[in-house]
Design a binder for this molecule. Sequence first.
Ligand code: GAL
Length: 981
Amino acid sequence: MNVRPVRRLKVRLLALLAAVTATLALAVSPLSPPTTAVAAAAPRHRVTYDHYSVSIDGQRVLLRSAEFHYFRLPSPDLWRDVLEKYRSAGFNTVSIYFDWAYHSPKAGEYDFTGVRDVDRLLTIAQQAGLYVIARPGPYINAETTGGGFPAWLKNVPGRARTSAPGYTAAYRDWLGHIDPILARHQITRGGSVILYNVENEYAEATDAAYMEDIQNKARADGIDVPTMTNDCCDAASWTSTWASGQGAVQIPGVDDYPQGFDCANADTSWGPWGAGLTERLREDAPVFAAEYQGGSIDQQNAGFDKCRELTGPKYMKFFYKSNLIESGATAFNYYMGFGGTNWGWLAQPNDVYTSYDYGSAITENRLLSDKYDEFKRQNLFLASVAPLTRTDPATAPASSNQAIETVARVNTGTRTQFVLVRHSDHAATTDDSATLDWTTPDGRYQVPVRVEGRDAKVLIAGYDLGGQRLVWSNSELMTHTVSAGRDIAVLYGTDGTQGSTVLRYSSRPTVKVLQGSVKASYSPRPIDPGLPPGSSSGDLRLDYTHSGLARVLISGGGRRPLLLLLGTDAEAAKFWQAGPLLVRGTSLVRSATVRGQTAYVRADTAKAEDVEVFGDAHRLVVNGSPVRTRPTASGSLLGTLPGPEAVRLPALTGWRSKAESPETRPAFDDSGWTAATKTTTESPLKPKTPTVLYADDYGYHYGDVWYRGRFTGTGAETKVSLNAFTGKRGSYLVWLNGRYLGSAAGGVEADADAPVNPAPGRGDFTIPAGLVKAGQQAVLSVLVENQGHNDDWIADDNRFKQPRGLYAVTVTGSDAPISWRIQGAKGGENLTDPTRGPLNNGGLYGERAGWHLPAYPDGTWKTGAATKVTPGVTWQRTSFRLDLPKGQDVPIALRFGGPVGQGYRVQIFLNGWNLGQYGGDIGPQTDFTLPAGLLRQHGGNTLALAIVARADATPAPVSLVALGNERGGVPVSDVPSPSFR
Ligand code: GAL
């Protein structure tokens, strides 16, 4: 994301067995992809599409997807945790960007192992029961460094995102590596990849031949599922929507972020970027919301909880439901479902900081929010009501109150109607009621509705609900299922509002209210001439107030029994649908199956609580342990599950600290550094120094870079003036002959916009008299942060290829030539730590010397934490042991105490992995996720903090905090974390 153009406005064995069987059970549901557990037979499936929807093996499917970035969760076992959470929220698809920069340290070199093992990722997605929308770019944006472009691409001639030969060779090489992995996971080969996304919001400065070539390359690499793209917002306003002509894709999609990104004004924002209605771009393809806002970046440093508010359940109800009915889209991908962490130097510097929580339904610490509940309510509805996959606009029932409007769609085959009910003034916050004059397929009815504030409801009429006929309801349907010869349906409505549901029978049925207060009345209808002689029909009408959970059992009346569960939003959210079971209670049901008479459930609990299982089973096993249950009047099994054991985390003690920055000393030996002698660069911005000092030109692409410049003194020097590019939130520090001269903020992305800022990241530093002596060598040491690379949203090399490092240097009082050496991450493009990869380290002395690594011998360091630091770099290290209870998921973060520190920043290394940056100039973040896997939950851990201070400072104290505690979770193995050698 960027500042958009104005147009944008617009275990136990049993448990294991149960787990596998549960997965298999998912596989046979027509709405679930097959799993690799059955891959031996490698069932192949066909993906087709038409005006209405995508179909798999001829069966229409409504794609319910959320975006997931594996590169923001460097612990492969946790991929399973998150993807199972997606599935349990009712998603049947996950959309995944593949980040070129994450895999490629150097032109021609790729790594797909360890935390980069996307083959494993795709297998896990399939096992979790999810189709995959594969989005390999080459450009992905995503607020990741370079928008997914590796920084070495800045040295490749030719404009990126065009047919320029240099760029073409580079992206073809990337696709040549990623495509074959995607290809073997396609649904057509027994996998679950169903769509291939070409490029990303490719809207400005476009080159159709390039769009076409990506697709030709993909086909040559074995991609045979439909191609798609995601056009930015208000797609019709762009030159090409890629719906026709050269470069056209098969299913053009559109991105929409109606709520904008102003998290600081979460309370007042309501659709500042439009109504968020996905446009139809092709008649022969379904309407596809390729990216629909599911959260927000935090451009104002408001904190991600505010972004979660901005895009909370109210927004989701109003905008998602409006879009469903108004646009008729049958494919939705919500960006993001889980955001994750910009660990290492993954962040694009201009819009994000370490956390990429995104205000998502699933938090950065993998906890479920109230947004998750809303996704579940909506997704289960979309999943259970098949007629939604093929609808056309229809005449909406008239509303008796102008304050309330209706919009309708109909499935012309089943005649099922879907009516959106909301305020006519979309921003209204009033509480209004109306009567709808509704001609349903089963007759004309006066239907009472009520809308409180910015709510929106999708009501349904004329629906064959299992073996029942739902005439209409002003409660919303969440889901229905059939079990042990009866239908079970969950309906819900706003707490305290009136509800009515009408069902059709051939004779008066028996109604038993099992719980709550529900009034039933039956009225026979005039004989339908279409019915056989002697038959009759009548309406059973149930009237109630949505309050808690009511249960009604209806039998007879010529139909199989129906258990109706009528709840409030909150009660409905307690239900999970997994395999053949409906489960009430627990904080998460991951999967379920029934074998014989036993229900096997995998579930998480945050406390001891009741669990109720509706299904064809007499016994219950949860997470491998039998649960004592009793049968209920509702025909369910009721039992109690234990909660997690309490957890105590160790205090962080035993610190040792050491200051470094030897590079500032004149006598420091830099003979092993790279001499900065190049005189040409691919950067569109030509340097103002005699030789090129851009870090990327010397293969130093990520993190901090040191410069040492030598010149012969005149004794008349009074000032050093520098220009440096760091990207937003970056700064640089300057020493002369070992004396600290000060720091300045570095140049940012905006400096690349026309007219190009002639003095980006300018700093003037006074030279104290006598510091430089006539005829003697002087040494200038400069530490330049590189906060990451600009994106290329506008396909403009000025922006994407903006350099990092020194741009101009002048010494007032001297015109002596300066000879420069440069040092970034050890080895540069030749990785010295391939496990942690290209984005883990920059060039701080301690990083080059392995101070961040486990087992580094710090025994000679000063004991105690670094409580006072001076300008330059100071490290502190400690270790701690964890032995968390097995079978529990305890998300742990490192918390910095007090207000966010100013004048310094801290790089956080856990077991050698760079898990982010803390500091007032970086962002508001004080809790830093330490993901299980990188964090050894049963063993020793090493924490190393690199403090880069621009002034004397007192660094904030740190502690470990548990942000959740669930019994359940998934098994997580330690991610290999090589030690110091
Ligand atoms: C979209 C883009 C995504 C991401 C998002 C904002 O425009 O396609 O990659 O940048 O905006 O978070």
